[in-house]
Design a protein around this ligand. Structure first.
Ligand SMILES: NC(=O)c1ccc[n+]([C@@H]2O[C@H](COP(=O)([O-])OP(=O)(O)OC[C@H]3O[C@@H](n4cnc5c(N)ncnc54)[C@H](O)[C@@H]3O)[C@@H](O)[C@H]2O)c1
Length: 523
């Protein structure tokens, strides 16, 4: 276990680190002390002589060294260490990052004489702490856990941190809009507590569909009500056919009739369709109320519930009208997959394979090892796969929320997949099945371009087949299907940004002329 403690000076980092060390017997590292011994100078002197930028560079260098050398440790970071985006994101990926907080009164009391604190020396301590808290609010919000230490002893804080670290959430790092994705067995039991943290006394609108509500919605509604929340449930028809403006209109009306206000919470309990509709309704109601997702399909757990894309279909196509509206939290309980039809679960596995290929060799090798267990829905293997895919998506969204660059890699397999779906009027193959075919097609193109080796193409094909997904893309590459490439939403002029896979971990975004794509796919 690696625990990193962050927070303003006076928030209790060193004391709580020692308390954690006593409980876990892990080495406790004080980053400032490490920097001083590394540089042979005091932190205050480094600040004074070389300036803050040079100090931050040194701090990141020393912390990277700590990470290389310690598989398990407790680290009390310097208060500003997490202002380095690269270091902060690394800490989020490689351990359990905790932000300690306290009221300014308490911080002032604890800091006492500020002479030894380089960022406070010679200043109004209160004003300076307030300004630092403000300036670092985005950085401090990107953490696994926030602990308010005002009324907690060091030992109680340590106990809380260790308890939470056992079941670390995945963080989608978006500054003060960051949120946590909890994946586990039975985690839906946490919903009332998490919802109550968001809504306080206002209304919760639970959006679900007629397949999901009788199986899981009734118990969820009862648990929310028992926790004292006012719940209004809306149940829509199931499936893509319901992803319409009429459904959104119904959600708007029901919400306003039920007295939703700006402090309310919309909860989407369902697959990607319910997630997209409830998210869009929340984004637009009263110019934006909060939404949380409790995904009930594998596809929604690994993909659609994370990242904030919401919307509905129009006669011009899928997902052409929508908004980016990030949820307050995501709760993925794999127990709810027990009732998901097998064909839906299998379709979700295509997105899992896509994610593994983006992550790299270790993720692909794990899926290959787990393939039989995944195909039969074994819970532990499913949990591992969801965590891998959800972590990758969280990372990508944190780097590129609005898809101006990196996020496009998530469209691997989607160009041809979408064309196949569109050619069937979105009523033939499931989305995941079409993506599986799209990935096989992407490899065909990549081998033709000289990017992928045919062994890599074969490896992807075999993995998909073992998971029960279709791979016979050749029979789908008709003129009729290829004509739909030109209506791809990602088209720019006569080019498409094609997502080209090669070895695991080597997936690139390449603008290619449509004529060249068609030629390579037909070859
Ligand atoms: N927002 C995004 O980033 C994003 C990403 C990928 C896909 N999507 C969207 O997601 C949608 C597809 O989502 P999906 O594959 O989850 O389909 P879906 O939401 O239509 O669910 C599939 C079917 O399974 C049923 N179902 C769901 N959970 C169940 C459960 N636990 N037990 C029994 N039945 C259950 C549903 O009622 C439905 O009939 C598409 O509209 C797609 O555009 C969005």
């Amino acid at each position: 276990m690696r625990v990193f403690l962050s927070g303003l000076m006076g928030s209790g980092k060193s004391t709580i680190a020692r308390a954690l060390g006593e409980r876990t017997r892990l080495p406790v590292i004080d980053l400032d002390a490490r920097i001083e011994s590394h540089a042979g100078a005091r932190v205050t002197d480094i600040f004074r002589d070389r300036g803050e930028d040079a100090f931050r560079t040194l701090e990141a260098e020393v912390m990277n060294g700590v990470l290389e050398q310690n598989a398990e440790c407790i680290v009390a970071l310097g208060g500003g260490a997490v202002t380095s985006r690269a270091l902060r994101r690394r800490l989020l990926r490689e351990g359990f990052l905790v932000t300690l907080d306290a009221s300014v009164d308490e911080l002032v009391r604890r800091v006492g004489n500020a002479a030894s604190r380089p960022l406070l020396a010679g200043q109004d301590v209160r004003a300076r702490l307030q300004a630092l808290r403000q300036a670092r609010s985005d950085a401090y919000a990107e953490c696994h856990l926030r602990v308010d230490t005002d009324a907690l002893s060091a030992s109680a804080s340590a106990a809380r941190i260790l308890d939470a670290a056992k079941d670390a959430p995945i963080v989608v790092p978006l500054g003060t809009r960051s949120y946590r994705v909890r994946v586990g067995i039975g985690v839906r039991a946490q919903l009332p507590v998490l919802a109550a943290e968001v809504v306080d006394k206002s209304v919760v609108m639970l959006v679900s569909d007629t397949e999901v509500f009788p199986r899981w919605g009734q118990a969820v509604t009862a648990a929310l009500s028992t926790a004292g929340l006012r719940v209004h449930s809306v149940t829509l028809p199931p499936g893509e056919a319901a992803k319409t403006l009429q459904s959104v209109d119904r959600l708007w009306s029901e919400a306003l009739d039920a007295g939703l206000d700006r402090a309310s919470l919309v909860i989407g309990l369902g697959g990607g369709v319910i997630g997209d509709l409830s998210g869009f309704a929340a984004a637009t109601l009263l110019r934006g109320v909060r939404v949380a997702h409790v995904p009930t399909t594998l596809l929604a757990m690994v993909d659609s519930a994370i990242g904030g894309k919401t919307g509905f279909d129009t006669r011009h196509g899928k997902n052409l009208v929508g908004a980016i509206h990030q949820p307050s939290f995501v709760l993925s309980d794999i127990e709810v997959l027990q009732t998901l039809p097998e064909v839906e679960r299998r379709a979700g596995l295509a997105e899992v394979v896509k994610s593994a290929w983006i992550v790299g060799e270790s993720a692909v090798a794990e899926l290959e090892r787990d393939a039989d267990a995944l195909r039969s829905g074994e819970p532990e293997a499913t949990l591992r796969a969801i965590r891998m895919a959800a972590s990758m998506k969280a990372y990508v969204v944190g780097e590129d929320e609005t898809e101006s660059g990196l996020r496009a890699v998530l469209n691997l397999g989607h160009t041809v997949g979408h064309a196949i779906e569109a050619a069937q009027g979105f009523s033939g193959l499931r989305h995941g099945e079409a993506v599986a075919l799209g990935m096989v097609a992407a490899f065909r193109l990549s081998v033709g371009l000289g990017r992928a080796r045919s062994e890599d193409a074969l490896r992807m094909r075999e993995l998909l087949a073992r998971l029960g997904l279709p791979v016979d893309v050749e029979r789908h590459l008709s003129d009729h299907v290829l004509a739909f490439l030109t209506s791809d939403k990602k088209r720019q002029a006569k080019q498409i940004k094609y997502i080209v896979p090669a070895a695991p971990g080597d997936v690139t975004i390449e603008p290619l002329p449509i004529s060249e794509i068609t030629r390579l796919l037909r070859a």
